[in-house]
Design a protein around this ligand. Sequence first.
Ligand code: 5GP
Length: 182
Amino acid sequence: MEFFNTVNVKDKTFEQYIGKYELNSIITDMAHRINHDYRNCSNHNPLIIIGVLNGSFMFLADLVKMLNIKCEIHFIKVSSYSGIHSTGKVTEILGLTRNITNQNVLIVEDIVDTGLTVRELYHQLILKKPFTLDICTLLYKKVNCKVDLNIKYVCKEIEDKFVIGYGLDYDNLGRNLDMIYS
Ligand code: 5GP
């Protein structure tokens, strides 16, 4: 049985958690902040927005439609694998063709959970010596975060719940849902 505010994906039922109205409101607020903070970006010095695939595509699409600053939009993928060193996880950045040295750069994420992925990404990008490097995420599970990293732009902090929809998947399904379910 499927009610209007639940959705079945594979073996699980998810309930509506963040509706369309709230998503629009928190993303609009974020766009205003970014428009203000990067108002000095120009054709020669645009904001370099880097969306982290796959999960960020829907958030990023809605966010950038509301930006009135000069910006470029790029996408990367991160692949995590176990390295041979004792540090364990190694994250490789795939698809970054833009030179970001001396540029204002904004990483756009769907969700930060433990923060390990975005910290690794941050550390790898900082080596390329951008002028500024900041992180924007739609959702932030602050209670789970294990790293000491300043996530400057957070649309919404959430509890420790598994969420899907609006780009986020459960076993690759559910990304197309137009709101967030838990
Ligand atoms: P972290 O390294 O911060 O622990 O995890 C980041 C990645 O884990 C996210 O980019 C996302 O792919 C996945 N993730 C973490 N929490 C959730 C969640 O609640 N739902 C979904 N669909 N993915 C999540």
